[in-house]
Design a protein around this ligand. Sequence first.
Ligand SMILES: C[S@@+](CC[C@H](N)C(=O)[O-])C[C@H]1O[C@@H](n2cnc3c(N)ncnc32)[C@H](O)[C@@H]1O
Length: 282
Amino acid sequence: MTGTPGMNDMYAAADFDIELRLLIEAIYLKYSYDFRNYSPASMKRRVAHALQQFDCETVSQLQHRVIHDADCFPALLQYLTIPVSEMFRDPGYFKALREQVLPILHTYPTIKVWIAGCSTGEEVYSMAIMLKEEGLLERAIIYATDINPHSLQKAEAGIYPMESMGLFERNYALAGGTRALSDYCTSAYGSVLFDKQLRRNVTFADHSLATDSVFSEVQLISCRNVLIYFNKALQNRAFGLFHQSLVHRGFLGLGSKETVQFSDFASQFEAFAKVERVFRKT
Ligand SMILES: C[S@@+](CC[C@H](N)C(=O)[O-])C[C@H]1O[C@@H](n2cnc3c(N)ncnc32)[C@H](O)[C@@H]1O
């Protein structure tokens, strides 16, 4: 390993890859969280970042802690899952749902919506507010699922930092909001608390698109900015669940960089609002 510039780095990178696979396997065997089919590039970035935070020199050191220190894995999960979200993220998406999808959902006596990978809940409150404004919340059931229990707790609490409200308000207006977002929350001590009536019909639950199965038949699935972290095989698994879960002609909303188009399920969905990434089961 001497004499050739960059050689050590190359070996280090190869070792990192080996140790990363072992870490992912250890997590699966010990905690049943399955990251084996996540995109390698993003797993590498996240674990490299975690190494610094956990003060570990190698992935093997981190693996040792994950196995032997019960507090380590819940903390590591925060780095592996990217709990980042915002209300009415990509306002055009929510506008398309409001203007094009909800009028169709109005024709059902009751509607079920599944928000898969809901993170800390911003997408859930956005959806609930929109359903309320369109007169659908009373007859809606929303399933909000994620693999990160800490994020789910935050989602259920519905408390967000006051400084996020400027962005949330702007997104809400661009998404066709008909009131002021502040009408739906109260503020105290630098935080805002969303009205608990909004989550009256929301069930928050632990559910993994990598290992769990379908649990209900729904008219609309919103799964945004989750599939970008999956490899193709895992994306296909998720699309299979969505296809099974959706009613005939049900809707699937994805993130701005995600599509069903090049998956095994391409022919079983049609683009409904193409730019906004809303698809419809054929
Ligand atoms: C970047 S956040 C997206 C949040 C929200 N959907 C949005 O677009 O603002 C990705 C979320 O996917 C969740 N996630 C990752 N793997 C998952 C899996 N296998 N099943 C369900 N959710 C998963 C993470 O815990 C995280 O909360």
